[in-house]
Design a binder for this molecule. Structure first.
Ligand code: PMP
Length: 391
């Protein structure tokens, strides 16, 4: 099988060579000293990436497992919860809470837009006035289905003011590690992310941070949990282990990937993602595609665009795949209506420009009226402008 040349889906993301290589390492004893060093080093590195001093538990599951852990450890059935949804992953968070019996009140935002801090505060106040103050607010940092990044700092601050006792629980799956994030400064109680996104690691791990306030809530919370019992994970972490057999290889890979990220530096990583996001948006716009995201909140890790009139996803995608470009289509109600370019993790501006070039050629072949070369040119120049050259 030939490898895809340009895997531009919003996760799993391409692996750097060093990360691939360590994945083939011989197994080690997950109850031995080597593992103890590994898990403690990974924990410290994750704390630096999350910008937190809170405990971070590494669970063997995908991001959704991390979201489920974030719910079941801190809530009880019938607890009032405000679920803020700006797309399909916000819907999933609400669904998990509902499935475990929470009394979920929804604040839904039209897909393509970000949540509004004032509206969030209003929703929380209304719940309190109705005598059912929210025990938790569920927020998506970066909505992968629409390519929108929520103003998380502002939303968390509004939530804290309107409902000081409520936990702030965040799906950080597709933004954390690629765009600025401050778990402690923003007072986020629980944050979940997944290894296959900006971390440049295969799928298989969810990483969840838990604040002191959230641990207190966990003591009272009665939703059922076994595999995802975070208190148990913390107890084992105290002796350098996990309760269940962990995905050892993926942890070894995460360790190497975090070292690479630290070597690059998070500020530089954020600038690289900003440049890639700017390139994707400008390139698509120059080809006449309309972006889904409100431009004030466009994501720097994934860009979604409406398919032009008369262009079918399956036909376009076949041409793209023939040229070695792998994009994502739409999810849920957006299936068949949009394309999505993932630009997170091990991604360069050149990768994004090459994707734009391929899309342009395919769109041209499908008969769209466009000037060949305009997309890549706009992408390159937007990336250049996004990164200010040092004085
Ligand atoms: N939340 C967001 C924002 C995501 O992008 C994803 C994965 N695309 C998930 C949750 C779910 O993660 P997983 O597929 O790893 O379970």
């Amino acid at each position: 099988m030939t490898e895809p040349l340009n895997l531009r889906i919003p996760g799993p993301t391409p692996l750097p060579d060093a990360v691939r290589e360590v994945g083939s390492q011989q197994m080690l004893n997950h109850r031995g000293p080597e593992f103890r060093d590994l898990i403690s080093r990974v924990g410290e590195r994750l704390q630096r990436a999350f910008r937190t001093r809170n405990d971070i538990l590494t669970l063997t599951c995908s991001g959704t497992g991390g979201m489920e852990a974030a719910i079941v450890n801190h809530l009880s059935p019938t607890d009032p919860v405000l679920a803020v949804s700006i797309g399909s992953f916000g819907d999933r968070f609400a669904k998990i809470a509902q499935r475990y019996g929470a009394d979920v009140v929804r604040y839904d935002v039209e897909w393509g837009n970000a949540a509004d801090p004032a509206a969030l505060a209003d929703a929380l106040r209304a719940m309190a006035q109705a005598g059912r103050p929210a025990r938790a607010v569920l927020l998506t940092h970066n909505e992968t289905s629409t390519g929108v990044t929520n103003p998380l700092a502002e939303l968390a601050a509004a939530a804290r003011r309107a409902a000081p006792d409520s936990l702030i629980i965040v799906d950080g799956v597709s933004g954390l590690g690629a765009v600025p994030f401050e778990a402690d400064a923003w007072e986020l109680d629980v944050v979940a992310t997944g290894s296959q996104k900006s971390w440049m690691v295969p799928p298989g791990l969810a990483m969840v941070s838990v604040s002191a306030r959230a641990w207190q809530a966990a003591e009272r919370a009665t939703m059922p949990r076994f595999y995802f019992d975070l208190a148990e994970a913390r107890r084992f972490l105290g002796k350098g282990e996990t309760p269940w057999t962990p995905a050892v290889s993926v942890l070894l890979q995460l360790d190497v990937a975090l070292e690479l990220l630290e070597r690059e530096g998070y500020e530089q990583i954020f600038a690289r993602h900003a440049a890639c996001g700017a390139a994707a948006r400008a390139g698509l716009k120059a080809m006449g595609f309309r972006l889904l995201a409100d431009h004030h909140h466009a994501s720097n890790t994934v860009t979604a665009a409406w398919l032009p009139e008369g262009v079918e996803w399956s036909g376009l995608n076949r041409l793209l795949l023939d040229r070695g470009l792998v994009l994502a289509g739409g999810q849920g109600k957006l299936a068949g209506s949009i394309l999505r370019i993932g630009h997170l993790g091990a991604v360069s501006v050149a990768d994004v420009v090459s994707a734009i070039e391929t899309i342009e050629r395919a769109a041209h072949e499908l008969g769209l009226p466009l000037e060949l070369g305009a997309g890549p040119r706009a992408a390159r120049s937007a990336a250049h402008e996004a990164v200010p050259t040092p004085a």
